[in-house]
Write a protein that binds this ligand. Structure first.
Ligand SMILES: [Mg+2]
Length: 265
């Protein structure tokens, strides 16, 4: 989950095209901070650990609702969407057909915990379905987790690209330059997943993938989180960046990250 959290922190300084759409920028600056993407990544990771690896889909969904409400209420000003914050505070939260990229940015833990791609996708679906139950919201989460799973299993980027095309139908043939040329701050899975895939496939290291993602402008923290999560599966995250990550989050989040790390290593 370092990959997603660092991507969020690094991207946070450049949201709404503040970064000039370039790959040349300081990885960390005064504005760099964790946002909703980090809080919800932590929440999902804790939920999946609490539920256990063999949990049923209803058990996973219940654990996700409980954990996302807990963490969302604890850190209410992290930049959530309006409907999601309403969901966080609801006594009876229901999914609201969202296709926002929130389902994809928070799912990364699911990519690391399970032995098969089918189970990985089933759990990813469950983490999304409690709020983002639009087919595109579900798809964004499933795709992100599937890419992490394949990457950490040693699949080539060609194999990953082919799987994503066939299974999820995303078109990520456009170049990063062409994506940069479009001026849009779009927070949907349909917009973010092809961008994250292109950033991931064109990158040469964890850091390079995140630079690709952030250089696209728009929703840079979430693009950084999704592409960064994919890149962690493929390249791992350098130790100095992991250390930087742990120093930049509150202690309660650090505890979850370290617990999760111990579980998967
Ligand atoms: Mg954010």
């Amino acid at each position: 989950m370092y990959g997603a959290i660092l991507g969020d922190i690094i991207g946070s300084a450049f949201e709404f095209d503040r970064g000039g759409k370039t790959k040349e920028f300081p990885l960390f600056c005064e504005e760099s901070t964790w946002t909703d993407d980090t809080v919800m990544t932590i929440a999902v990771a804790e939920a999946l650990m609490e539920a256990g690896r063999d949990a049923t889909v209803p058990e996973i969904e219940a654990a996700c609702v409980k954990s996302m409400q807990k963490w969302g209420r604890k850190y209410p000003y992290a930049g959530y969407g309006g409907r999601f914050i309403h969901w966080v505070h609801s006594d009876d939260p229901h999914p609201y057909k969202s296709y926002g990229n929130g389902s994809a940015m928070r799912v990364s833990a699911a990519g690391w915990l399970y032995d098969t791609i089918e189970r990985t996708r089933e759990v990813a679906r469950a983490t999304a379905a409690v709020s983002h139950n639009h087919p595109e919201g579900i798809k964004g989460a499933e795709c992100t987790a599937a890419v992490i799973f394949m990457a950490r299993q040693g699949a080539t980027d060609e194999a990953i690209a082919e799987y994503v095309k066939v299974e999820f139908g995303y078109d990520f043939s456009e170049s990063l330059d062409a994506m940069r040329a479009r001026h849009a701050h779009v927070e949907s899975c349909m917009d973010s997943l092809p961008k994250a895939m292109r950033a991931f496939l064109d990158g040469t290291s964890y850091e390079d993938v995140v630079r690709n993602a952030v250089s696209l402008g728009g929703d840079t923290d979430t693009l950084g989180a999704i592409a960064g999560a994919m890149a962690e599966g493929f390249y791992g995250v350098p130790e100095d960046l992991k250390k930087e990550c742990l120093e930049r989050v509150p202690k309660d989040m650090r505890t979850v990250i370290e617990r999760f790390d111990a579980l998967i290593s």
